[in-house]
Design a protein. Sequence first.
Length: 415
Amino acid sequence: MADAYIIDAVRTPRGIGKPGKGALSHLHPQHLAATVLKAIKERNNLDTATVDDIVWSTSTQKGKQGGDLGRMAALAAGYDVKASGTTLDRFCGGGISSVNFATASIMSGMEDCVIAGGTEMMSYTAQVGAEEANAGIKPLGMGSGNPALDAIHPQSHQGVCGDAIAALEGIDRAALDALALESQRRADIAIKEGRFAKSVVTVYNEDGSVALDHEEFPRPETTAEGLANLKASFDAIADFDLGGSTFRNQILRKYPGLEFKGVHHAGNSSGVVDGAAAILLASKGYVEKNGLKPRGRIVAYANQGDCPTLMLNAPVPAAKKVLEKAGLKKEDIDVWEINEAFAVVAEKFMRDLDLDRTKVNPNGGACALGHPIGATGSMLIGTALDELERTGGRYGLVTMCAAGGMAPAIIIERL
């Protein structure tokens, strides 16, 4: 098959995802996506009429985030009308899947230039959630709410799942807090040393003033004592009345007798943020014709499903699967990016694979930087590439859990 090359990767800084409080929260999601698409165009002198497709990821496709954000954002970014676009949803994993789908179209030989990426404005989705709650719509966990499906695969709230997994794996809160504290420390170093500078682009308001030009979410002042004093976030949610059942009961139906308590809180869970990212991919022929210099190559990708009731455990089998597809061993990977949706996800990942922790999320993760659902995967691919270039490493592996018990994974090679 043909090679798919990474030409460039850009992202916005992550803004605090609270309505009226975050620096990006007043902007339209299309504006945020258009920002990174403009940057890709300008940084690479890209003739957008030659872009075969734009594959975008957005998890909550409602209201302003609905209506095929990939196409609408491209038009807002001034792209030629010939550049089509589509939008997908693999929950948290969509930002990797958008790159994987773009890669597949290039490797098949059907397309030569594709932009992948994603956007999520959690400040906006919080408003959507509040409106639904005010309308009397009760949360249904991460499943469809279909009784027939729930009878086969009961699905719970993701935070409650994280607490249950910690109990099953014997991972205590102290270990999770330690991971979160290290995430903050590493992110602080990365920011101070300018390790994100190559990829992060400024977001401007409609009037041309700066909306955000730096990471807004990190809390470098975090201490172990401060984390230890935070109240667990999901105990009350676990026992929320769903109308005859609870999120806790959903798990107990599949894992009877499991006793678990809250060990995740605001400090060791992923931050609620707004953000967008874009990655420019191209075939060898397109690269040569347009005089481009690839930064990386897609080596392999994979998708993996796992238990929907626990939801968060697919990254380990996904990583094993993509390593096998690539013909590589874990020792070949120089940079690992595993999304810190909850600290237990990254902690279990490192324990199960017996990884060198210095190579995993070396510049911090979502506990420190935040997790803009549909955009995070594309952000992590760009971050992995930047880190490979900074350190001279060769291979990077990126994966993350997704609702429904899934995980996409990808291996990239620095060129």
